[in-house]
Design a protein around this ligand. Structure first.
Ligand code: DGI
Ligand code: FE
Ligand code: FE
Length: 188
């Protein structure tokens, strides 16, 4: 699918603020794809569609998670997690994107998972460091992303886990698995 067509589809799903975020993620994802030899076209489309389901009603997302037999544990964790797998589903069935690598980059862009592909890492990190993001540590994350994709990923996932723990919130197991996966692979 062409960039402009994808943007047109996604614009209808998002607020103006979220659309700007999406443009930031897209620009960043293309830069990271270039830097880390990832398919730029796939990175562009995955980034454009990554938050497609962000504003779907919770009840609709819940229904899709149940009907599609997605991990039922999702329902016990923060509903913020739901738009990622539901987004992958809707981007396939409403926008007609069939590339499984793109759909998985959307599916895992919030939780992360172990054994992430380079495309999945690029989208996860682009979402974290796009130019519109402002939080303590984002500059360090941007610097790391220029040097080492896995170090940037470790920094992002560690910060997210600490952030959730400091708010006494549960951490979805895939997020811990991502953290453990990178740390263990580093030790080898
Ligand atoms: O959709 P965005 O706001 O662009 O970003 P996102 O898809 O990464 O969603 C972010 C929120 O999800 C983030 O503020 C943290 C929250 N969250 C809640 N529970 C979890 C979680 N994030 C992860 N990685 N793991 C969780 O268990
Ligand atoms: Fe998101
Ligand atoms: Fe996002």
């Amino acid at each position: 699918m062409e960039r402009n067509k994808a943007l047109e589809i996604v614009a209808k799903q998002l607020t103006e603020k979220r659309y700007k975020h999406t443009l930031g993620v897209t620009e960043t994802a293309i830069q990271l794809a270039e830097r880390y030899h990832v398919d730029k076209k796939k990175a562009e489309l995955a980034a454009i569609f990554h938050d497609y389901a962000k504003f779907r009603p919770l009840e609709e997302m819940k229904k899709i998670i149940i009907e599609q037999n997605y991990d039922a544990r999702l329902l016990k964790y923060n509903p913020e997690l739901w738009h990622a797998p539901v987004g992958a589903y809707l981007v396939e069935h409403e926008a007609g994107i069939q590339d499984i690598e793109i759909l998985n980059a959307i599916r895992y862009h919030t939780s992360g998972r172990r054994n992430m592909t380079s495309l999945e890492k690029v989208i996860y990190i682009a979402d974290y460091i796009e130019p519109g993001r402002q939080f303590l540590g984002v500059e360090e994350a941007r610097n790391l992303a220029e040097k080492d994709l896995n170090e940037a990923l470790l920094f992002a996932v560690r910060n997210t886990i600490v952030f959730l723990m400091n708010k006494n919130q549960p951490v979805y197991p895939d997020t811990f698995e991502l953290y453990n996966d990178i740390v263990i692979k580093k030790e080898r």
